[in-house]
Design a protein around this ligand. Structure first.
Ligand SMILES: Nc1ncnc2c1ncn2[C@@H]1O[C@H](COP(=O)(O)OP(=O)(O)OP(=O)(O)O)[C@@H](O)[C@H]1O
Length: 328
């Protein structure tokens, strides 16, 4: 169980004055600006939940996760992870949690993956039988067999990520933090990784907190999302309810025979927006509360010859983008 209440983290950033005289003055008196990276947030995460913790770049996601792991001490507020204050008892907290942080590795660079796992077994005091069973299962689900004898430095990005995930779940932590676990990976590896995470959640009841910019990860893995913006919680709820709330958004993609550039018919100008991509596909977006798809098509058809069209369901990407831009 994770309990966060009134949590804030403020960074003090030294202000540099321009020029040489500014640099010299800065040696004697410094001015600081305060950056509220996390600003009075509260939430609870129950055991076994799979939560997407999302937000634009710089929203405060990593800062929150670092406080939950105990790497950073909060400026104010409280964090409890399975009853432990992470910043005060970082080692005890580490036994409860697993983590994959994008660029960092917890595997040893120069030794074979298998030997890194053996070391983690000793660090986390995993009983031999449990360790062997876990390794056998992970090897099968993540297809690690050909990688176990290879040093980490020789692995491709996708191979490394599969090995990292196994390392994060190896000691059967009750909570796992995953930071962009599928970034830069091909479709097949992404699918395997998502399947592994879901399987671990079902088998072991692992709580998963996922930060990602990949909305497909969210759709496939998470049942709840917390959206954070400028350090504040903007939305906390189920994926379904956000879809219900914003699900009236529609987009129609038109392939048109046009010699001139596309203009929205006057009758639609107040009730719809449009964009044109590099291939000339015109996307008209609107709310089904304001106008029906049939009306939009009829209006466009009166002015342009339509070669083809598709009506798209609102994608979670579009919904989240809109929330980032306009709020809930
Ligand atoms: N050590 C630091 N010192 C000063 N400011 C920092 C520090 N770490 C982060 N920040 C600032 O705090 C804000 C939140 O940063 P954070 O890394 O938590 O964002 P994020 O949501 O994880 O972003 P991203 O998606 O880009 O990883 C940003 O404005 C960032 O510049």
């Amino acid at each position: 169980m994770i309990q966060v209440s009134g949590l804030s983290k403020h960074y003090r950033i030294a202000q540099k004055k321009p020029g040489l005289s500014g640099a010299i003055k800065g040696l004697f008196s410094r001015e600081y600006q305060v950056k509220k990276a996390v600003d009075d947030i509260s939430f609870q995460i129950r055991p076994g939940e799979m939560v997407g913790y999302i937000g634009a770049n710089g929203a405060g996601k990593s800062t929150t996760i670092k406080m939950l792991c105990g790497i950073l001490t909060p400026s104010s507020g409280e964090v409890l992870v399975n009853g432990i204050v992470p910043s005060k008892d970082r080692q005890k907290n580490a036994h409860n949690i697993g983590a994959v942080f994008g660029q960092r590795t917890q595997l040893f660079w120069d030794i074979a993956v298998r030997e890194s796992y053996d070391l983690l077994k000793h660090i986390y005091e995993i009983p031999e039988k449990e360790y062997q069973e876990t390794i056998a299962m992970f090897t099968e689900v993540l297809q690690l067999e050909p990688l176990l004898g290879v040093p980490v430095r020789q692995l491709s990005l996708g191979q490394k990520m599969r090995c990292e995930l196994a390392a994060a779940f190896l000691h059967n932590p009750s909570i796992v933090f995953l930071d962009e676990p599928t970034i830069g990976l091909d479709v097949a590896v992404k699918a395997r990784i998502r399947e592994f995470i879901k399987q671990m959640n079902q088998l072991k009841g692992t709580t998963v907190i996922l930060t990602t910019h990949d909305m497909q990860d969210i759709e496939e893995i998470c049942n709840r999302i917390i959206i954070i913006d400028e350090g504040k919680v903007l939305y906390d709820g189920s994926l379904q309810s956000i879809k219900d709330q914003f699900g009236h958004k529609r987009v129609i993609h038109f392939e048109l025979d046009v010699e001139r550039s596309f203009q929205l018919p006057d009758s639609l100008s107040r009730r719809a927006d449009f964009s044109v991509d590099e291939e000339g596909i015109v996307s008209v977006s609107f709310s089904s509360q304001d106008i029906t798809a049939a009306e939009v098509i009829t209006e466009v058809m009166q002015q342009y010859r339509i070669r083809d069209l598709t009506i798209a369901d609102p994608k979670i990407e579009t919904i989240v983008q809109e929330i980032y831009e306009r709020g809930v």
